[in-house]
Design a protein around this ligand. Sequence first.
Ligand code: TXA
Ligand code: MG
Length: 324
Amino acid sequence: MALMSQGQFISHCTADALTGAAAQLKAGQLVAFPTETVYGLGADATNPDSVARIYEVKGRPADHPLIVHLADMQDISEWASDVSDYAIELARSFWPGPMTLIFKRTDLAKDFITGGQETVGLRVPDHTLALALLNEFKKIGGKGVAAPSANRFGHVSPTTAEAVQEELSEYLSHDDLILDGGSSSVGVESTIIDCTAEAPRILRPGAITVEKIEGATGVKVENRNDVIRVSGSLEHHYAPSAKVILDETPQPGDGLIALNSVATPEGVTRLASPLNNEEFARLLYGALREADRRELDRVVVIQPEGTDISIAIRDRLKRASAEG
Ligand code: TXA
Ligand code: MG
């Protein structure tokens, strides 16, 4: 643990600890918490000063919108207007879960949450600790918790509390908290679905795939890219310090992340050997961090194929390997 470490690390999240953490949020402090996708850095989504601190701690440009995390799908009407039938179907099918829905905002969603856009992103995460925290926060009058991934801007998202500490502790203050809820079970960020038009549109791929969305709603997903700002869609993102190389034969001294069926050449450091694409997603960010811990110059990733969560994996790897 770094000497400079700030932000209290809570490894046993008892009911009392969660009540305390919710009170800290209400009082304006930041609370990093686990979700099933990645860890989030949370603040009271109605408090401009707390939200400003998220941007400071992350080193993130101020016009990038934040996702508001809710305890329950009933709460969406506070933040969203014009909620379509297919969006309700999505919420019913996949919440709590690794999915963020974008709606037209209500007056509660201020510019400091939406980055000045007329839309707001909402998510009910599927993690016992996150839900307990959100419920405690709601009990004391909280409306929602704004939380980006708990990493410095452009870096790899954290999937453990230790990774959050590594990323952010020197930027947190003494009263901020880091809640430890173990490793994130999904491992890549939520699917972001724009629900403001007639048909759903994917802005960021994740564990909830086109197939699942179409299966649940009976509505065809539209495939269009436009100008909505998604910071994760900048070219260079999700990147470790090591250079990420895709689908090449690793050289001696390189790190290697690939499915278990791929052999490790002589002199190469194996960083992960997942058995399937779900495990690949779960292990990927930890393995990229491990490459940096070992001070490797290059990490080769042999990308998994398919139309499942591997779409999200390839999306993140494309950005992690982009020059920038
Ligand atoms: O899995 C996740 O979504 C994690 C966990 C903590 O919930 N959160 C996360 O947040 O990945 P963040 O801020 O690192 O990425 C959220 C993305 C950003 O790229 C942001 O631009 C986009 O969501 N976003 C948020 N609100 C939006 C909106 N109203 N319209 C378009 N994009 C939005
Ligand atoms: Mg992020």
